[in-house]
Design a protein. Sequence first.
Lengths: 300, 318, 292
Amino acid sequence: MPDLLRLIVEPGFFSSEPVQVALIAGGIVAVVSGIVGSFAVLRGQSYAGHALADISVTGGSASYLVGVSPLWGFVGVGVLAAGVMDMIGVQRPRGRDLATGIVRGTGLGLAALFLYWDTTHTSTTGATITILFGSMFTISSSILPVIGLFSVVALGIVAVVYRPLLLSSVAADLAAVRGIRVRLVGAMCLVAIAVAVSLSAMTIGAILSTALLVGPAATGLRLTSRPGLAMTWAAVIGLAATWLGVLLAYDSFYWPPEQHGWPVSFFVVTLIFLFYLLASPVGRRTARRVPAGRPGLAGG
Amino acid sequence: MTDREASGGSAELLRAEGISVWLSGREVLHDVGFSLGRGEFAALIGSNGAGKTTLLKVILGLQPVSAGTIQLAGQLRGRRHPVIGYVPQKIQLDPDMPVRARDLVGLGLDGQRLGLPLPSAGRRARIDEMLHAVGAAQFGDARVGNLSGGEQQRVLIAHALISRPQLLLLDEPLANLDIASEQDVVALLSRVAREQQIAVLISAHDMNPLLPVMDRIIYLAAGRAASGTTEQVVRTDVLSALYGQHVDVIRVHDRILVVAGRGEAEPVPPDPAIHPHGPAVTGPGTAPEVAGPHRPETAAGPGQATAAEEATTTVRGR
Amino acid sequence: MFSGFMVSTWTVASIVAVVAGVVGFFVVLRGAAFVADAVPQGAFAGAAGASLLGINTLIGVGVAALLGALGIGWLSRRGRRDVATALALVVMLGLGALFLSFSVQYAPEIYSLLFGEVLGVSATEVAPVAILAALCTGAILLFYRPLLISSLMPELAEARGVRAQRMELLFLIVVALATSLTLPVVGALLIFSLMIGPPAAARSVTDRPVPAMLASVLIALAVVWVSIAAAYETNWPVGFFVGALGAACYAAGRGWAAIRRSRSGAADHRGRGGRGASGAQEHGLQAANVRV
């Protein structure tokens, strides 16, 4: 039995400090992304989530120039971009994606500029990669309380507007009739997404940020029809994928090529993808559980 | 109950006066007025484009007016108002939206409340009861996006009714139903109106399924309305004045047909897209014959806005 | 700026603009902004993989773009398109991260692949780019009508025998092709700005499809030329200018549409005022509104 465990978990895993930080930070971020991401996917805002991740990266790179702590660069710019997106976005989903794309294009153009200034002024070409892909094992433990704080903010927003948000996401007309400020609620959701996504972009990189926002949530939606349960699933799956990914990445240090290790993002993304694919047959069964509309006919 | 006390004992629940609405450069509604009392079942009849949905949205406060007022239970419509139940024609839903029928109905209870919902047995019981009342109990756990048109509609009705509204508006609920479901829904709504003393306003393009149960009709044509009982409104002289051209009202057995002047029949079956000739029964501005001197002009504009004050003192018979 | 070694840059850039304008027209029409954004990013992963295996980068880009696009198509059948796009994108990027981690000596090239490098185009690349571009535009023009119908009215298209799935597949492949040939000049992250901004602006100017497509090409050309000139002068990355100008085009388009709307709204007011007729009543019924 101990042999089996040693096969899966390479020595020093649990005692290594970077791993512990990675597990905690990654875990928090995964749970927040899963819950907030459920609404993002529900509202068809996967693109917005992805765009916000990259834009907050812009903020992160700009902060190096201005000398501000990267945290504020990431989250501040992310929230700002969310506001802009909401302002110029239109109600039709197509128009909204277009607006998202434009904002992202602008943000990335700026990122290009900042990075260009960055590399010519400070010769760290590796910064490009790090900012885009993130590195989970180099998170400083001092940042954990801040991550916790912002996570509470993001989850808090979602908790406060949970019901109006759900109703306006399902049927905006019904919500408007009840006096719900659909636009305002939508903007708050976008801000929550921005905060969650900035956090994850900063700690685990922009790729994983999108993956954790969309993948587990989409999987959760396939597994169950109950909204609360779907979000719980999303959090659990995200957490599992992240922790397993961290474990595998640590183990891969001992795989070829030696002493190099495979990137965490690769493992986590692959796991998320696998979970999503596995959920498909289940999803089809849930969807079919509908009676034919005649009384007395139960679903199958 | 508190409803009676709130409106000071009067039975009138909804009053519209002088409603005029402009949309995309056309006057969709012109000086429309009617009233509706508690427990009354009214049908808003008009063909597609006549302005039915617009009028419903005006009542709900979702559509601004260029003139006119809406009074609910004696007060001018404002931000705070007695609850209005609304059943839209159809809501677009993805089959993979994780919202079950019972979730949507539950949101009818407390969808506007902030904070996380706490599970309670009482809440669940009320939802079950409502689902049962509309005949939706057997698909209560199915995703709303997967339901058929008729099933979805029952769920939407339950969603609207669960908050015990005083007024229930339905936008073309019969449009996509087969005859059996049509009769079911009409019977259900009529029963609800009577038992819970709710005022029900239901829009449709064909009045015939509703003839047995409706107390009054609001007939919308050319942007204007005639309201009253069926005998008062659905008459050749009244409707001809409304359309601005001669139409015939023909009763065949227990059905009513409204036929345009040149002897062409208005299609009564539920799909008015099969108009042989459009102009006779669509909205304002599309009937060339009507553009001339036959169209009665009225003083439009801001004068109507103060009509509300006069309305409260003027006696209007029923 | 127009000296010998820049000629190929100008040529390729113009070809890129034409393709972006044509393909972008359909991107905007089909609401596929995310797809147009995701495919180039995934293609970037292919570039990393190709350089790892020693294959020509462009081929790697092309293959990865195709794989990404087809992946989006495959996943879209089992779920929503935006989720499918996001998942395909992150999987490709994850693979890209993997490839990158195996080879550490490509940082500068990565930067230019991501953000664009004005001087990165050599004369030998003009021919393959021109051929790919011809293929791309040819495919669009050949299937112009079925593609248009299936984008605007899918149900009507089905009735006419145009399979929506086939058109979607064609569209995705064309986007992949367009991506792979535009990557070297403008960079992976910003090619989609060219495919979105100019066409969106064009659509605000005209409602008719063919003029809109032409306008989109012209605007894209203008954007690319200005961007390259500016990048040459200031040494700043091309991608920055493309992104900024693309946004400017979009904003201009929205502004123009708003002006047009307020003009027709003013007609509303004029009409309303002019209708203040006297209370002549024809039939003795109260303004044809009968309240009984």
